[in-house]
Structures are given as C-alpha cells and as structure tokens.
Design a protein around this ligand. Structure first.
Ligand SMILES: Cc1cc2nc3c(=O)[nH]c(=O)nc-3n(C[C@H](O)[C@H](O)[C@H](O)COP(=O)(O)OP(=O)(O)OC[C@H]3O[C@@H](n4cnc5c(N)ncnc54)[C@H](O)[C@@H]3O)c2cc1C
Length: 474
C-alpha cells in the first residue's frame, strides 16, 4: 500500500528535475492553467513532466517506481472518459514534446513516429508522399498518436480500415519500473510468440507509456464520393449499409448515422445548412474513397439509385463539391450545439450488433422517458461498425447513475459493449462488468499487477487492483 504525499517540494521532484530540461517540469499556475481535458474542470496533479526522449521517460519512471509515485500519462487530452484525471499528489507525464515524425518509409508504407505527434499533423504530413493514415476522428486537431493507440481509437473509417489496433505495427513503451520494451516491428506479418504491442494498445496508459510507434500507411485515395440520405425506418438503414458495401466493391469507407433529434439540432436556423428536410427519423452519411473519380462517381450513383429502387432510402443528396462534402460532415461532427442544448449533458459510446440496434434504441428511449419525461435523447455514430453514440440531456448532474443504467443495462442480455471506442477510464469503471466477465476482469488485474506491481501507472482507471494508493480514485 503506497500513500499519496505532497510532491511539489519533495526530494523526488528535485531528482526528476535533473532528468528533464528547464521546460520539462511544470508546477503551480503552469499546471492549473492547462487544459484539464473533456468533462473535467481542473488538473489535480502537483507537477507535469514533459520529457523529450524515451530515455528521459525511462529514467522518470525508474525513480517514480522506486518512490511508489503515482503517474498519470497525458496525450492530447481529448479523451471522453476521464482517463487522464489526476489528483493532488499525482505526477502527470505529458508526451506533447515528443512530437517528431521520425521516418516515412514509402517503400514499406510505414512511418515511425513519437507518441506526441498530433493526428491531424500526421495526416497532413503524409500528403506529400501520396500516402494516407486512415484513422480519422473529430478530435484529430488535438489527439496524439500515442493517445490514439492507448485508447485504441476508432472514428469514421473503421468500417474499411479497422481501428487504431489495425494501424499499429510496432510499439516502444516504457514500463512502470522504467524498462523500455522496444517492439518496433515494421512488418504486417510477425508471429514470433506473443504480440507484446497489443498490451499497450487500448490499455489507457495503465500498463506502460507509449513513446514511439511504427504505423501502417495506405495509398492516398484520389476519388471521393459522399452522400447524405434519409430513411423512414432503421431497417432501411441496416439494409442500405449491406447494399452499399456490396455494390461499391470495397470502396465504402464511412457509414454514419444521425437521427432526427441530432439532425434537427445541428440544422436549425443559423447553424448548418440542411441538405435534406428535417422530417425523417434517420439520416446517414455514406462515403466511398477510391482511385478514379469518374468511374467511382458512376458506381456510387448507380448504387444509390438501386438502393432507392429497392426502397432502402427515401431521399438522397450527393455532395458535388468539396464544400458540399464538408457541409455534410459538419452536421455529423459538430457537437457544440447538442452539448449546449442537452443539459446536463451525458455522452455514451456503446457497441452492439446492428441487428439489435433498433430495439435497443427504442428500449433506451422508452426507459429514459419514463424516468425523465422532459429528457432529450439523440443517437448518432459509426453504425457501420455497430457503434452508437448517444447524447442525453436529462435530470440533474446527480442523476448520472440512473441515466447510465437506462443506456447500459439493456446491453447485458445482448452482450453489447459499454465502450465501443472511448475506453473505460473513470467514467465507465462502474459498468465494466456489463461487458467483461469475472475471469476476464481477474486476468486484467493479474496483467496489471505483473507489469506494474506497485500500481503507480494511471491508478484507479479501468478497474481497481487492490494495490490502489491510499487516496485512490474511483
Ligand atoms: C470532438 C471529438 C470527437 C471524438 N471522436 C472520437 C471518435 O470518433 N472515435 C474515438 O475513438 N475517439 C473519439 N474522440 C475521443 C479521443 O479523441 C480519443 O479517445 C483519442 O484517441 C484520445 O487521444 P489523446 O491523445 O487525446 O489521449 P488523452 O485523452 O490524453 O488520453 C487518453 C488515455 O490514453 C492515455 N495515454 C495518452 N497518451 C499515452 C501514451 N503515450 N502512452 C500511454 N498512455 C497514453 C491516457 O493516460 C488516457 O488513459 C473524440 C474526441 C473529441 C474531442
């Protein structure tokens, strides 16, 4: 059992200062004035360390391990589940200064990057090579590639390219005791024993600090076709997804659902233009990426026309310019208005088989409305991957557990997931048992105890280990 202790003036902090340069340690107002993260109001950490090399991260962790010092890893702070939350006595390590794209290997279509590279910078950088990194999500302007790996981020193009896990070929990570696991594999195939990089992908900074990554790149698409469609029933949407996937022969890259509530909020007067009237229950954004604009547009239009003939959609608008395309995507990506209107705001990110979605949405809506008659609810998300995001404004901030139970309990019988892509952090920790059984949870705790025996890395996140700090979180 290790106890949290005041740190700012401690001997440990003096020793840590010797490892990094003078810009490498923030305390006091420099900590308080920083971005606390989504849905968080303050950074509790006594100090933020900003190393510039893997060796520095390793030396920091060796000292923290020796001292039993809790450490919270921070990437771009765009995560939604309070996984970067700190408390007094914690040290935060920010990877923001480890932001170099070290190498782009065009022959092998790989890149070696430091963990603090911002996703959007990386996407932009690759254009000069006619290559693409397919991961794309709304937090692209601030999230780090290390954070994307640590959360196993999803986003808009999972349907075609997979989640972050599928993009990562190699990882370099620093363990809780400072040892460096260098597993910077550059090949797609490598079945030589356990695939250790997977331990660090999706484990939310609880098993190690990712310092570098080898990422798989794809050819830059040279054609894109985007449409907004509307439908009267969810079963049309589900059939449309299958139809478009089949008809587009592998080009389908995004299939995003927006329900009427969300569409209405974002297209009301003074907000985004409405390409289709707001009078249908469901809308979907469909995007195909390919290599020949003329041929692909013809294929895309044909596929939509067939869908209309078969009654799989009620109306459709095709984007005929980059501006129109961006306008359609803004309706889906802009969360500002919904967050302001749905108060108190609760955001959910669940996963379930597409075949269960309609019944699930009905059940959640009915239960919520019975408990909170004045509550608001909207569904959107990466429906092509079985991933629904749910926005709810209901009750008061004290009703969190009640609101959460409306969303999570119906997932139990259908073996759905309480987190499709955002992770568990502190936010979903009480609900982990909906999606992971006792033995799965025991194995997670055993892995954590083996790699981080003193429980210093991101303590209290995802689950409790029994080796929490005395003032442990959650
Ligand atoms: C507008 C908006 C839209 C979003 N849309 C999506 C979406 O479509 N899909 C999706 O998956 N997510 C989405 N997100 C959530 C978020 O962007 C992702 O979870 C992202 O991967 C987090 O990266 P980050 O660098 O900001 O990590 P942070 O928020 O800083 O940290 C998240 C977790 O990763 C850990 N961590 C960070 N860096 C490292 C590292 N180098 N080594 C070890 N652990 C580390 C932290 O300790 C924490 O547990 C969205 C966020 C916003 C703001």
């Amino acid at each position: 059992m290790t106890e949290a202790r005041p740190l700012a003036t401690s001997d440990l902090l003096c020793r840590l200062r010797e490892i990094v340069d003078e810009k490498g340690v923030l305390t006091g107002e420099d900590v308080a004035s920083r971005n606390p993260g989504v849905f968080m109001t303050e950074i509790g950490a006594d100090a933020i360390l900003r190393p510039t090399t893997t060796d520095q991260v390793s030396r920091i962790m060796a000292l923290c391990h020796e001292a039993g010092q809790p450490v919270v890893v921070q990437g771009g702070m765009s995560g939604w589940v309070r996984a970067t939350q700190t408390r007094p006595g914690d040290i935060a390590i920010s990877l923001e200064r480890m932001n170099q794209i070290e190498q782009v290997d065009t022959a092998n279509r790989t890149a070696t990057v430091q963990a603090g590279v911002i996703l959007e910078h990386f996407q932009d950088h690759l254009e000069q090579y006619d290559l693409m990194f397919p991961l794309d999500l709304g937090g692209r302007g601030s999230c780090h590639l290390g954070g994307n790996a640590s959360t196993n981020a999803g986003g808009m193009r999972v349907l075609r390219y997979g989640m972050m896990r599928e993009q990562v070929l190699g990882v370099e990570a620093v363990l809780a005791d400072g040892r460096i696991v260098s597993s910077l594999n550059r090949m797609i195939k490598n079945n030589t024993g356990y695939d250790l990089k997977q331990l660090f992908i999706g484990s939310e900074g609880s098993l190690g600090i990712i310092t570098r990554l080898v990422l798989r790149l794809r050819e830059q698409p040279t054609s894109s076709n985007t449409a907004l469609v509307c439908a009267n029933s969810f079963s049309q949407i589900a059939q449309l997804l299958r139809h478009m996937d089949g008809a587009l022969g592998g080009l389908l890259s995004a299939f995003e659902l927006v329900d009427n509530s969300f569409y209405t909020v974002n297209t009301s007067a003074g907000r985004h233009g409405a390409p289709l009237p707001a009078d249908k229950p469901y809308y979907a954004i469909i995007e195909a990426l390919g290599s020949n604009q003329e041929r692909d547009t013809e294929l895309f239009e044909q596929a939509l026309a067939q869908a209309a003939e078969r009654g799989l959609l009620d109306d459709a608008v095709l984007a005929n310019s980059e501006r129109a395309r961006a306008g359609i995507w803004e309706i889906r990506e802009d969360l500002e208005h919904i967050v302001r209107e749905f108060q108190p705001f609760y955001a959910f990110d669940v996963s379930l088989p597409v075949g269960h979605m309609e019944a699930y949405m009905e059940e959640v809506t009915t239960t919520l409305k019975s408990k909170f008659p004045k509550g608001s609810i909207a569904f959107l998300g990466h429906v092509g991957d079985g991933n629904l995001h749910i926005a709810i404004g209901a009750g008061t901030a004290d009703d969190r557990e009640d609101v959460e139970s409306c969303v999570y309990e119906p997932l139990r019988p259908i073996c759905g997931s309480v987190s499709a892509e955002h992770g568990i952090g502190l936010e979903k920790k009480p609900w982990l048992s909906v999606s992971r059984n006792q033995i799965e949870r025991d194995v997670m705790v055993q892995l954590k105890s083996m790699l981080d025996p003193k429980g210093i890395l991101n303590p209290g996140k995802i689950f409790d280990t029994g080796i929490q700090m005395a003032a442990g979180q959650g």
